[in-house]
Ligand binder design. Structure first.
Ligand code: PMP
Length: 348
């Protein structure tokens, strides 16, 4: 979270805009909360230039519930959806979809250890497919698509949990974009879903209410009590991002930040080995290995002692992962690089 956002939240925690009540104390249907929801919505709409024929929903259940909601709404028994698997999260999405219909893997980088993403030309879609699903940034492996996938008429569904708002998106190319808020949008507990009107219209009758995109949209994300505190923080994060110059400006900063780290990896004479193929390197999650697991352990504990915490790679893949989301400062990246050089020199 950006520090100015936390400070503003701290200032307003007892009294939102001088009303004498916290955002956590007012009704979600009150005149006090209405502008908060509107600000969160317009914030995301403006930042990503979301066209009018898309709705922006603030749901619960995390991105993980979207793994199920997408197929429950759009994949029936006997129908096919196509999944592009470039890492652990895509694999989880595929598993849920397979409960509803034919979930076909049309590309997987599993054999190579999830180091790459396909280029558009590598992909051939089945024209009868209900939708194509991909993960624009695989958080655990640190591999990222550098382009907006083109579905050639088939709806494209994207899990953008870990790189949404890090750069501009060509929203027109997508039918649904979803993201757990907790990386670049706000706190955990809210899932942002950007969904095109024709998809809403295609939701079949008879869904369970809380899993029905159309019903959720018709009720302005308030079919039940939404996460008011989370939505409030999203509105503040959007304001902060506008102050930074928007997604184009933050993209430049993200490129710089990631560049500093990848340069340190590339200039280490192989001491640090980047996980992702160069063209698939994530700007958000920089993953790399040291010569031994023993050294990786020491690297993490010595870094943590210096205040550089949270560097241990995901338990499923090991190694090191530096997550450098929008709010992570450049100085933090520079401090990490200093530490890396020092560590390599002492332990090389
Ligand atoms: N997809 C991606 C790409 C993620 O990074 C994560 C969480 N780290 C998830 C899905 C799952 O999100 P949630 O915890 O919000 O369910």
């Amino acid at each position: 979270m950006p520090r100015p956002v936390l400070e503003q939240a701290q200032n307003e925690i007892l009294s939102l805009n001088g009303i004498g009540m916290s955002v956590m104390e007012v009704s979600h249907r009150s005149k006090y909360f209405e502008p908060v929801l509107a600000a969160a919505e317009s914030g995301i709409r403006d930042l990503l230039a979301v066209p009018d024929n898309y709705r922006i929903l603030f749901l619960q259940g995390g991105a993980t519930l979207q793994f199920s909601m997408v197929p429950m709404n759009f994949l029936r028994p006997g129908e096919t959806a196509e999944y592009i698997i470039t890492g652990a999260w895509g694999k989880k999405a595929l598993k849920e979809a397979a409960r509803c219909g034919n979930a076909n893997t049309i590309y997987s980088s599993a054999d190579g250890g999830y180091k790459s993403v396909p280029q558009q030309d590598d992909l051939d879609f089945d024209q009868s497919s209900r939708y194509i699903h991909y993960t624009s940034n695989e958080t655990i492996e640190g591999v990222e698509f550098k382009y907006d996938l083109e579905g050639s008429g088939i709806p494209v569904v994207c899990d953008a949990s870990s790189n949404i708002l890090s750069k501009p998106l060509d929203i027109d190319k997508y039918a649904i974009i979803y993201a757990g808020a907790q990386k670049n949008i706000g706190p955990s507990g809210v899932t942002v879903v950007i969904i095109r009107d024709d998809m809403l219209a295609a939701v079949p009758e008879g869904q369970h209410s809380m899993l029905d995109y159309r019903l959720l949209a018709e009720n302005d994300s308030m079919l039940n009590t939404p996460n008011t505190w989370g939505i409030y923080l999203i509105s503040l994060v959007c304001g902060w991002l506008q102050d930074q110059g928007g997604v184009k400006a933050i993209e430049s900063r993200n490129i710089e930040k990631a560049g500093i780290l990848y340069d340190a990896i590339d200039s280490s004479d192989g001491y640090f080995a980047g996980h992702a193929d160069r063209e698939a390197r994530s700007l958000m999650n920089v993953t790399f290995r040291l010569p031994t697991e023993e050294l990786e352990k020491r690297f993490c504990s010595e870094a943590a002692a210096l205040g550089l915490d949270g560097l241990k790679g995901h338990r499923s893949v090991g190694g090191i992962r530096a997550s450098i989301y929008n709010a992570f400062p450049r100085e933090g990246v520079e401090a990490l690089v200093e530490f890396m050089k020092d560590f390599a020199q002492k332990n090389g």
